[in-house]
Structure formats: structure tokens, C-alpha cells
Design a binder for this molecule. Structure first.
Ligand code: AGP
Length: 629
């Protein structure tokens, strides 16, 4: 839930050409926190080691408040620093509760992401030793524990102190610490919370994800569960919590700095909506051959085991769960395997039926959603095979799954998920086709046709993006609306749910998605004169089309005064007489339609929120990655 950055550099001559000399720690840390601010932004702080002391600055509110503080009260030059942007869990967003927290008479600074579940008993134990606390946070307790170990059993070794403290902590944590006695050293511990190492030349970095150091290096090392890493300018040493040597996994970060910027759009969300052709394209890239055979090398599960699968359970939250709902239609259609879609936080507590023939597919953009992670863990304990569809390399959920199918949407910075959603659906289609290919449910010719249709989606999304101005005008005209309803059937139903969620989370508008057939069973009572209702209309083509039923639904709401706003397939003239407004998307096979019909609803929500003057990228009360249950 929080953004974390650490840096150590070696004092060296900056080359005359202004090359890669060591950086000032504060510059690196603040720059990294800017990129990580989406992970939480209700307070921020930094600590540096300089002149035999630890100096900190921290402020409630967004990162800009901290930057202003630093201008007022500059920190000394330093080559060792840590920084933190927070999303409050224990203790409100105040200056005192902001990280870093100090211990050992102000000579030790600690920052933390996660929740220390046993902090209350540890706090009592430390108080009994005479320790006093300045904040309500669990982090300050962790800092005090590290300080206590440093002065005690660790004998002045900060790495040992972190190891000993980590052994005592329960819950989820990424901890970073610096000590005045040890400039040039940052030590970190992780359990159930993200941390990656960035490897530089004469300098090394730590980040809650690669965005924290993307401007300086693309060489990264993912840490495993219950590991400690100590970085210096020229080394990184990984151990377990007991000091035994351990290994991380080195990888090359494919994102460059530019791709994490807005690229000229008014918001990250707008940029990411426009990234969607590439997100779908890149997720498909290299995953099939010219003959239309799927090649999913990263799916490290024995094909013989996959053939035994007799049930699929998709686990996810929010938008990712709606991607799962779309996937369900495709997977059941192609593979004929019963596929359930479960909200991860519900699944784990309902004593679900899971065994070795169950394939659990988790979907998560961040790979850190605690609800989804804990549900995946539970499923594994029950013997299920687990596949993670994830957008964040090196994150926890894929690391704890049997296999991973990464989406290649690039960094999704806006809290409201857009390109990750389309990439998740795409990856789920690939998984469904792969299973169908493996089990012989459909012929390779049919798979090849579906892949060819998928290959045309990026350009069709681009057409939607290029023709969106009338939709934007409609959104601006509706900025004072109080409620919008969304209807859809079959694969259009999850699209209706997603369209409603977008409007809720960035325009703070009451919005609700319904299965269109459900209308007469209650929701139609909501229809009042002028009530805006979006309707996602399926293609009229094909004998099984639900087109006529959905047109009837449009008539039902229209007869009661609704404003009918229709998303339909190009060439569908029949809907015009029942619609106040029609937005057409290019013709495409029904199962693939969500990749197109979602886009106008994303644009509508973003434009309406912008018209209301809201912060589209960091909506109130929300954070990009929900790493607490
Ligand atoms: C979607 O716009 C929201 N930000 C939220 O519903 C999100 O999809 C959900 O929290 C799951 O996040 P994840 O994909 O990172 O697991």
C-alpha cells in the first residue's frame, strides 16, 4: 500500500561528461517517490545519513508537502537515504505518523509497508524496557524493536538487528532501515509485501516496485519471502531471517522511464486508456506460432496435470474480477471446463471445494492485492494448481503461484485500472485457448481464427479512441448527473459492471451495473424521468444473438423515461430508434467484444471526472494496490 525507496551511492568523481557519477541520495529518493506516489499518498518522508547522524523530514499530505518542507529545511548532502509515501493503516495521516520512524536515540530510521499484526504486545514489551513512542503506528514499534536488537543481541550490526527483529514480527512487512553508525548501508526485510533491488554502477537501489528506481537502472533482483537484503554501493547480500545465505532472482526491467510518464495526456488514466492497443498487442506478442499454436512457455505446469483439470476458479478483486467474469464465458465456451469467478475475499472464508484437479487462476494488476494473495495461498494449501495473470514482474502473487502469465500492459499508474483490464482479458483468452489446445476441445484451425481475430483488436481499439470526441462531449454535458445505470447481457454484463465501477471510483457518482435480464426483477423501479442508462448491445449477427432481448430491455427503460445511451456494433441500425445516443464500435466476434465495448465507458468516466475537476489518477479514499486485507 505504500511507496518505498532506498539508495546507497559511492563518493566518486562525477565524470566531466556528467556521466553516471554517484547521485545525491535525496534526489534519487524524491524522484523515486514521485513515481511510487500512486501506491499511497496521504503522507511522505525521507531520511539520510550524513555527518555521523540521521536526518529526517516528513509531512502529512501529498509528496508536494514534503518537497516544500525540504525547501524550507534542507537536508545535508548524503549518499545514503530512504523514503516513503504512505496509505494509512495504523494511525491517521499525520506528520507524527508519517514515516520514517526513529529509534536508538534518533540514530536509526525505519520505513515500512504492510501491517505488523503483533505490534501491540511488542509495544508493551518495549515500553517495559523504558522505550517511549511518538506515534500510533506499528512501524514505530518495529523501529524500536530493531533499535533494541541493535544495541543488544546484534552488537551494533544493523543487518543482524534487522534479522533478529524480523524473527519477532508477525504480519506483512517490507522494512528499510539506515543507522547513523553505518553510512553507505541500507538494510531491508520483506514478508508478504513487495520489495525489489535495483543494481547500479557504484550505487544500488531498493523499491516497493521497479518504478522507484526506473530512471537509474533496469537491472533488478526480486526478493523471496522472509528475506533480508543489505545493500552498499558495490554489493547486495541476501539472507533469510536467520542469517543463512539466500538467493534473489535477477531480471531485466522492460519498462523505461518514459513509459511511466503521462506522455502528454492530461492524466495517467487517459494515457493508459490510449496505451490499450499496445497493451493488447504486447500481451499477445510471442505467444503463438505461424500455425496458430499457443506457446505459453512461462506456464510451468505439467500439461498432463492441466489435462486433468475438471474445475477452474478465477480469484480476483474489483476490475480484475470483472476481467475474470469475461474470461469465464470464453474459457467455458472453448474448454468446456466449469469455471467459477470468485471475489478473493469471499472465497477464502466460505470453505470452498478445491482439490488437485482444480486450477485456480488469480488475476491481479499489482500482484500484491492481499485479499487475492491470501486466497491463492489458501487454494494452494488445498492442493490446487495456481496460475497468476499479473502485470507486475517480481510481485508477490506470481512468485507464490505455480505458474504465471504476465500481461504486458506496462506500468499502470492511475488508480483506476484500464489497460490492465483489457490485458487481463487478453491473457485469460490465451489461457483458455491454450487449455483448449492441450485438451483437444477445439481444432487448431479454430484457435488460429480466434488468434487472428484477437490480432485485429489493437487497431479496432484505436478506431474507438480516434472517434471518441462526441462521447467526450456527452460526458461533459452530464457532469452534474447524480446517477447512471449500466446494462449488459452475457459478456456485456461484466462490461456494464466495469463501466459502473469506473464512474464510481473516479467521478464519485452513484453508478450501478446490471444484467439486462435482471431489470424486471427489481432494478427497473429505479428508472425515473431522465435517468441516464448505458446499454451494451451485443452484435445482431449470429443465430444465438441476444440482440433482440437487449433491444427489448432498452424499450422497457425508455418507456419509463430513461435516457438511453447505447454502445453498439457498427452497422446495427436497429438500435437507433430506441437510443438517445449511440456509440458504435467496430464489428468483432461476440466473445471478444468486451475488448472494444469497455473502452467508450472508460473514456466517458475519465472525461466526466475531468469535467468535474477531480484528480482522475488519485481518486479519494483509494490506493493503487490494496496490500491489506
Ligand atoms: C479498479 O479500477 C480498481 N483500482 C480496483 O478495483 C482494482 O482492480 C482491484 O483493487 C484489484 O487490484 P489488482 O488488480 O492490483 O489485484
Amino acid at each position: 500500500m505504500c511507496g518505498i525507496v532506498g539508495y546507497v551511492g559511492r563518493a566518486q568523481e562525477r565524470s566531466a561528461a556528467g556521466g553516471n557519477g554517484a547521485h545525491d541520495a535525496l534526489d534519487v529518493v524524491i524522484e523515486g517517490l514521485r513515481r511510487l506516489e500512486y501506491r499511497g499518498y496521504d503522507s511522505a518522508g525521507v531520511a539520510v545519513v550524513a555527518d555521523g547522524a540521521v536526518e529526517t523530514r516528513k509531512k502529512a499530505g501529498k509528496l508536494g508537502n514534503l518537497v516544500a518542507e525540504l525547501e524550507q529545511r534542507p537536508l545535508p548532502e548524503s549518499l545514503t537515504g530512504i523514503g516513503h509515501t504512505r496509505w494509512a493503516t495504523h494511525g491517521g495521516p499525520t506528520d507524527a505518523n508519517a514515516h520514517p520512524h526513529l529509534a536508538d536515540n534518533g540514530r536509526l530510521a525505519v520505513i515500512h509497508n504492510g501491517i505488523i499484526e503483533n505490534y501491540a504486545e511488542l509495544k508493551q514489551e518495549l515500553r517495559a524496557k523504558g522505550v517511549t513512542f511518538a506515534s500510533e503506528t506499528d512501524t514505530e514499534v518495529a523501529a524500536a524493536l530493531i533499535g533494541d536488537m541493535y544495541r543488544g543481541a546484534a552488537g551494533g550490526d544493523i543487518t543482524k538487528a534487522m534479522q533478529l527483529a524480523a524473527q519477532r514480527l508477525d504480519g506483512a512487512f517490507t522494512l528499510l532501515a539506515v543507522h547513523a553508525d553505518q553510512p553507505g548501508v541500507v538494510v531491508a526485510a520483506r514478508r508478504n509485501s513487495p520489495l525489489v533491488v535495483g543494481l547500479g554502477d557504484g550505487e544500488n537501489f531498493l523499491g516497493s516496485d521497479v518504478s522507484g528506481f526506473i530512471d537509474h537502472t533496469r537491472r533488478a533482483v526480486e526478493l523471496g519471502q522472509d528475506q533480508i537484503v543489505t545493500i552498499t554501493p558495490d554489493s547486495f547480500v541476501i539472507t533469510d531471517f536467520y542469517g543463512r545465505p539466500a538467493q534473489g532472482k535477477e531480471f531485466e526491467v522492460s519498462w523505461d522511464a518514459a513509459s511511466a510518464e503521462k506522455g502528454g495526456f492530461p492524466s495517467f488514466m487517459e494515457k493508459e486508456i490510449h496505451d490499450q492497443p499496445a497493451a493488447v498487442h504486447d500481451t499477445l506478442l510471442g505467444r503463438s506460432d505461424a500455425q496458430g499454436r499457443l506457446i505459453l512457455d512461462e506456464l510451468r505446469i505439467d500439461p498432463a496435470e492441466l489435462k486433468q483439470v475438471n474445475k477452474i476458479i478465477v480469484l480476483a478483486c474489483g476490475t480484475a474480477a470483472y476481467a475474470g467474469l469475461v474470461a469465464k464465458y470464453a474459457i467455458e465456451n472453448w474448454c468446456r471446463i466449469p469455471t467459477e469467478v470468485e471475489l478473493a475475499h469471499e472465497f477464502r472464508y466460505r470453505d470452498p471445494i478445491v482439490d488437485k484437479n482444480t486450477l485456480v487462476v488469480s488475476i491481479s494488476q499489482s500482484g500484491e492485492t492481499m485479499d487475492t494473495l491470501m486466497a491463492v495461498r489458501y487454494a494452494r494449501e488445498q492442493g490446487a494448481k495456481t496460475v497468476s495473470i499479473c502485470n507486475t514482474n517480481g510481485s508477490t502473487i506470481p512468485r507464490e503461484s505455480d505458474a504465471v502469465l504476465y500481461t504486458h500492459a506496462g506500468p499502470e499508474i492511475a488508480v483506476a485500472s484500464t489497460k490492465a483490464f483489457l490485458a487481463q482479458i487478453t491473457a485469460a483468452y490465451l489461457l483458455g485457448l491454450y487449455l483448449a489446445q492441450l485438451r483437444g476441445n477445439i481444432f487448431s484451425g479454430q484457435i488460429k481464427d480466434v488468434l487472428a481475430d484477437l490480432g485485429k483488436i489493437p487497431e479496432k481499439i484505436q478506431q474507438v479512441l480516434d472517434n471518441a470526441e462526441p462521447l467526450r462531449e456527452l460526458a461533459r454535458s452530464m457532469k452534474d448527473e447524480k446517477s447512471v445505470l449500466f446494462l449488459g447481457r452475457n459478456v456485456g454484463y461484466p462490461v456494464a459492471l466495469e463501466g459502473a465501477l469506473k464512474l464510481k471510483e473516479i467521478a464519485y457518482l452513484h453508478a450501478e451495473g446490471f444484467a439486462a435480464g435482471e431489470l424486471k426483477h427489481g432494478p427497473i423501479a429505479l428508472i425515473d424521468e431522465g435517468q441516464p442508462v448505458f446499454v451494451v448491445v451485443p452484435s445482431p449477427r449470429g443465430r444465438d444473438s441476444l440482440h433482440s432481448k437487449v433491444v427489448s430491455n432498452i424499450q422497457e427503460v425508455r418507456a419509463r423515461g430513461a435516457r438511453t445511451l447505447v454502445i453498439a456494433e457498427e452497422g446495427d441500425e436497429a438500435v437507433r430508434e430506441y437510443a438517445e445516443y449511440v456509440f458504435y464500435v467496430p464489428e468483432t466476434p461476440p466473445l471478444l467484444m468486451p475488448l472494444l465495448t469497455t473502452v467508450p465507458l472508460q473514456i466517458f468516466a475519465a472525461e466526466l471526472a475531468q469535467a468535474k475537476g477531480f484528480d482522475v489518477d488519485q481518486p479519494r479514499n483509494l490506493a493503487k494496490s490494496v496490500t491489506v486485507e
